[in-house]
Write a protein that binds this ligand. Sequence first.
Ligand SMILES: C[S@@+](CC[C@H](N)C(=O)[O-])C[C@H]1O[C@@H](n2cnc3c(N)ncnc32)[C@H](O)[C@@H]1O
Length: 256
Amino acid sequence: METAAAGVKTEIPTAENGAQKARHQEVGHKSLLQSDELYQYILKTSVYPREPASMKELREITTKHPWNLMTTSADEGMFLNMLVKLMNAKNTMEIGVYTGYSLLATALALPDDGKILAMDINRENYELGLPAIQKSGVAHKIDFREGPALPFLDELISDEGNHGSFDFIFVDADKDNYLNYHRLLIDLVKIGGVIAYDNTLWNGSVAAPADAPMRKYIRHYRDFVLELNEALAADHRIEICQLPVGDGVTLCRRIN
Ligand SMILES: C[S@@+](CC[C@H](N)C(=O)[O-])C[C@H]1O[C@@H](n2cnc3c(N)ncnc32)[C@H](O)[C@@H]1O
């Protein structure tokens, strides 16, 4: 049941929508995602029917890989694809490729002469998804570099010609280095361009008490994610937007 007062819609808890929903409002939670069923609904209704065949193929290859938990989700892939198109991005970068789902989402969104500088310490996983990328006809846009991203970024930054040259940068790699990446990426992205940091809600652990039970790797990186979120919020060179897509994506638009 909904009432509209002064142009604001307020949902009134009823016996049908139950105590859980009432509590949801009590804590001021604005997310629409109240259940896994709702997430599955989004995937089935809006995401999978519009997912390009090559992305579906790559996603299915990745499902069979033991580290498949690392992949970008299909709804986040769809979001990145739309974002890159809306921005008319041409020169892009990705840090953290794994089997290439977000890479393919970006490559498909770029114009034919668009570029992605893609970095990962592991080429083997990239090569698992590469046949699907090649089949989709966008492999020529990708410049894959194997190795840790920081030395590549140092090299890029040493050439002034690269400063302010990237339209869009997606960071989805070692969380303990995000702030180190940010210090360099801020000079490489153009004014008006966007750096998107993935996993900024880190499995919800950012809002959990420090002594709450959590997986070892979640606990290990939690403090780095908390530190990053605070640093981004305090950084006046950027405007930010925290999105509850996937594991949390923070968009940072460079303003000066
Ligand atoms: C979460 S996965 C990336 C997922 C990917 N965006 C996708 O759509 O499937 C993180 C990746 O970061 C890579 N990585 C970890 N440390 C790195 C580093 N120092 N430099 C570059 N890549 C790194 C890992 O090898 C792994 O493939």
